[in-house]
Write a protein that binds this ligand. Structure first.
Ligand SMILES: Nc1nc2c(c(=O)[nH]1)N[C@H]1C(S)=C(S)[C@@H](COP(=O)(O)OP(=O)(O)OC[C@H]3O[C@@H](n4cnc5c(N)ncnc54)[C@H](O)[C@@H]3O)O[C@H]1N2
Ligand code: MOO
Length: 341
């Protein structure tokens, strides 16, 4: 901060508010702290009695908060994102498409380890809609040293992208619905409509739903026939638990599925199985997916549709944050469920 004659202040940043008082009329801010002084401001400043003012000089080494915040946001934003206009040293980043939000938490932490800057994001691995705010980039002082911005930009390059929204593939999904009670028509299928709704919401569609009794070979055959019919993903429903009739995991094994995991640390969703038949994911969905609004399904399927190949570790990491409180009115994804990784 230094005092300069107003005549020399053009392009500099005012570092305090300047009050104007017109007797009988008004008392208020004529200029705000942070204002970049332009030529037209000079006569007015003189009218208020300011021949000298305190400024921060903006030059190659020091950058105004709004310009700095814009560079900051550009450094962290990858695909699927748009930047709002800078205001008060802050730029907000929004999704410009429906998709899976990915945030590199390590990079965000590194950025925040730099003094005088702040990056605040949503949790990674959640679905966002076009227009959703996902990140805020804020410069703390009115002007910032260029070196700090260069550090952010280097992190942006090293970790590219720090934040992005991945589009989802439109998949054809094959469904195998197990359960003798459904197969023999004792009860009406309720899983199919839930899955149709969930997959359509994510931009995918059901290729075909096959009903089978609790029979290992018939489950395996149904899975194989869906694969042969070109399913990009196969989901089986029911029969995932511990009763003698719960043979769906055995059916997935018999179909040749390479098992990633059986048993996931999420509640609901603990009796979940993930396997792969070649590149086709095969999911064993327990009954809770039909019943509860948000489950392991909502954590895993968007990532698969975004093209991720999930490992056992990807699933076991769900445990931290994997307890759903089953609220009367589900607010997911606006809650802690699945936010541990
Ligand atoms: N002793 C134990 N009991 C249970 C365990 C356990 O570990 N030990 N796990 C529980 C968990 S967790 C879940 S989730 C449920 C359900 O698991 P399943 O996937 O095996 O579900 P089913 O037994 O096949 O069916 C349960 C229930 O849902 C009805 N159902 C199933 N599919 C359909 C359908 N397509 N349409 C309509 N209704 C359906 C079925 O008739 C049963 O009423 O197990 C817990 N129990
Ligand atoms: O799989 Mo149950 O899947 O925990 O409610």
């Amino acid at each position: 901060m230094r005092a300069v004659p107003v005549y020399q202040a053009e392009g500099m940043v005012l570092c305090h508010d300047i009050t104007e008082i017109i007797p009988g009329k008004r008392k208020g801010k004529a200029f705000r702290k942070g204002h970049v002084i332009c030529k037209e401001d000079i006569p007015r400043l003189l009218d208020i009695g300011k021949e000298n003012i305190y400024v921060w000089e903006v030059n190659a080494q020091t950058i105004h908060e709004n310009d700095a915040a814009t560079r900051f946001a550009k450094a962290v934003a990858g695909a699927g994102l748009s930047l709002d206009e800078a205001s008060e040293g802050k730029v907000e980043i929004r999704a410009n498409t429906l998709g899976l939000l990915k945030v590199n938490a390590e990079a965000v932490e590194k950025i925040n380890d730099i003094d005088q800057v702040a990056a605040a994001t949503l949790h990674t691995n959640q679905m966002v809609n076009a227009g959703n705010k996902v990140t805020g980039c804020k410069i703390i002082p009115l002007v910032i040293n260029a070196e700090k911005l260069q550090q952010i930009e280097q992190i942006g390059i090293d970790y590219y992208p720090v934040v992005e929204v991945k589009p989802l593939k439109a998949c054809k999904v094959g469904v195998v619905t197990t359960g003798s009670e459904v197969y023999h028509g004792r009860i009406k299928d309720c899983f199919g409509p839930v899955l149709t709704d969930k997959f359509e919401h994510l931009g995918s569609s059901i290729l075909r739903q096959i009903f089978v009794p609790d029979d290992i070979s018939m489950i395996a055959e149904a899975i194989q026939s869906l694969r042969a019919a070109g399913a990009d993903m196969i989901v089986t429903t029911g029969g995932m638990s511990v009763d003698p009739d719960d043979v769906t995991p055995s059916g997935i094994r018999e179909a040749g599925g390479e098992i990633v995991i059986y048993g996931a640390p999420t509640l609901p969703g603990a009796m979940f199985m993930l396997a792969y038949l070649g590149t086709v994911p095969v999911l064993g969905l327990p009954g809770c997916v039909m019943y509860h609004k948000s489950t392991i399904f909502d954590l895993v399927v968007p990532r698969l549709l975004a093209g991720e190949v999930l490992s056992r570790k990807d699933i076991t990491k769900f445990g931290y944050g994997g307890l759903c409180l089953v609220c009367e009115e589900c607010r997911y994804p606006e809650c802690g469920f699945g936010k541990g990784n």
